[in-house]
Design a protein around this ligand. Structure first.
Ligand code: 5AD
Ligand code: SF4
Length: 490
């Protein structure tokens, strides 16, 4: 890497990153696309390949929005694309391996079609080692930009089109909040809405505080205006996005307004369903529980990552809660919302995790009875504290633990779904089922997938469905009638 490029990077530095909280955040408005770039994509197509979480999926919608303002149109075929961008995920090693595989594979296309702009963005771009590897081994890549540089895309694309050199712009320091970014949403019923960016939790295994920067909350008036606008356009559901939504508002210096307040205001907005992800158990406060218990458009589903059921592991993970505190929170939530559906994330095989410590996770799962869980084997991430921890647990043992955990969860999920047999649930009908066009498919308030036979005009609205065949991951049912869902507020 040359000196000029070096200026763009700093490797993950925990000490420096923890200092960052004090800086003020400014809110900027997205500039119009520069005059000379507004028609640059006319007659040309773009393709974005997205890996990772909902935040990335939504970032891709922003990138698509910017490209469309430059005249580009979407395509599903690599061969017809003038621009291919890979929006990457860094959370685990296998996510990164897939991206490198994809970049390698696209070399042939780039060689055949030198005018193609091949770019990489997202979380992997924020890692110095990844950028170095691309600079050294994948010179066919034209453009790399980071998670804080999305609004700069028109300028970067212009540079990439004009220069023969690889264009790299990765701001290692998170910038400000950019409002009014254009968005090309993939779905006409359900929308993602950012409420905050970044994470200051620094769980010891996690790369996110480095790739996504410090916590910055969008102003509530901007978030609420976006949701109202989506409701006006006919959207039926929004999912509020943040790496740790429970920290929403902690960074405001001009007001005392937190996530519970935001949800209370959402409750008054005329959109039928409001979800949020992801919660951190540590910051989940009583006010929020009280607000969620008002229901209405606030659905009865909370994704609450536990990560482990053992106190020693939770401590070295830096989760800042104990098993007891977690269980206390769960029981408070269940008391306030008895039919709540809880889902979680679990990491097995943390450095040094013993069989007994793992069994504490199993017992936590039995005690809480999550409806479903995303389960992962720990994957060391360069620059995070856990990557330096001594790990004497063989990979085979980790795999076997994951398998046991998954078997247990399957059993619980099946039991939970079985309890819905003969019940009538409200389904937001999203479309035809992927497997059978005569079957409709949609989701309950608790985000469970339901398949049933019914007339096509139900698509886009709500239906009441009686569950006749509960399965482990999905529910089958029969249509009992259209449902009207009250829209209150403005
Ligand atoms: N290894 C394995 N799983 C991880 N997660 C985050 N970082 C890692 C890692 N290094 C999991 C956590 C988190 C979810 C999004 O991904 O469970 O909640
Ligand atoms: Fe990563 Fe979530 Fe922990 Fe933040 S709260 S460091 S995003 S696991």
């Amino acid at each position: 890497m040359n000196e000029e490029m070096r200026a763009f990077f700093t490797p993950p530095d925990l000490k420096a990153a923890k200092q960052r909280r004090r800086r003020e955040v400014s809110v900027l408005e997205f500039d119009q696309i520069p005059e000379e770039m507004r028609a640059i994509g006319q007659g040309k197509k773009y393709m974005i390949k997205t890996y990772g979480c909902q935040m990335n999926v939504h970032d891709s919608e922003t990138i698509a929005g910017i490209l469309e303002q430059m005249g580009y149109e979407p395509t599903e075929s690599e061969e017809s694309a003038a621009v291919i961008l890979i929006n990457t995920c860094a959370i685990r090693e296998n996510a990164e391996d897939k991206v490198f595989g994809e970049i390698g594979r696209l070399k042939t296309l780039k060689t055949e079609k030198p005018e193609l702009v091949l770019g990489m963005c997202g979380c992997m771009s924020q890692e110095e080692s990844v950028v170095n590897r691309i600079l050294q081994k994948h010179q066919h890549v034209d453009l790399i930009f980071g998670t804080h540089n999305i609004h700069r895309l028109p300028h970067l694309l212009k540079e990439a089109l004009m220069s023969k050199e690889m264009v790299v712009e990765v701001w290692s320091k998170e910038g400000d909040i950019v409002e009014n970014l254009p968005k090309s949403r993939q779905d006409g019923l359900k929308a993602w809405v950012n409420i905050m960016y970044g994470c200051d939790k620094f769980c010891t295994y996690c790369i996110v505080p480095f790739t996504r920067g410090k916590e910055r909350s969008r102003r509530p008036e901007d978030v609420l205006a976006e949701v109202r606008e989506l409701a006006r356009k006919g959207y039926q559901e929004v999912t509020l996005l943040g790496q740790n939504v429970n920290a929403y508002g902690k960074d405001f210096t001009d007001r005392d307004y937190r996530f519970g307040d935001l949800m209370d205001d959402m409750h008054k907005v005329g959109i039928p369903r409001v979800r949020f992800t992801t919660s951190h158990p540590r910051d989940f406060d009583d006010h929020l529980i009280e607000v969620l218990a008002k229901r209405g458009n606030l659905v009865e589903h909370i994704h609450l990552p536990a990560q482990s059921g053992n106190n020693a592991i939770l401590k070295i993970m830096g989760r800042k809660y104990t098993r007891e505190r977690f269980l206390e929170l769960v029981s408070k939530i269940k008391k306030a919302i008895p039919d709540v559906v809880l889902t979680t994330d679990i990491i097995v095989g943390y450095p040094g995790e013993t069989e007994e410590q793992f069994e504490d996770t199993l017992s936590l799962m039995k005690e809480v009875e999550f409806d479903s869980a995303f389960t992962f084997i720990y994957s060391p991430r360069e620059g995070t504290p856990a990557a330096k921890m001594k790990d004497d647990v063989p990979q085979e043992v980790k795999k076997e633990r994951l398998h046991r955990l998954n078997r247990l969860q399957e059993e619980i999920s099946r039991r939970k779904n079985e309890a819905l047999r003969d019940q009538v649930v409200e389904v937001l009908v999203e479309g035809e089922s992927k497997k059978d066009p005569d079957v409709l498919s949609g989701r309950t308030r608790t985000n469970k997938l339901v398949n049933f036979r019914g007339p096509k005009h139900l698509i886009g609205g709500f239906a009441h469905v009686r569950i006749t065949e509960p399965r482990t991951w999905t529910l089958r049912g029969e249509w009992v009638g259209e449902a009207s869902v009250e829209k209150v507020g403005s």
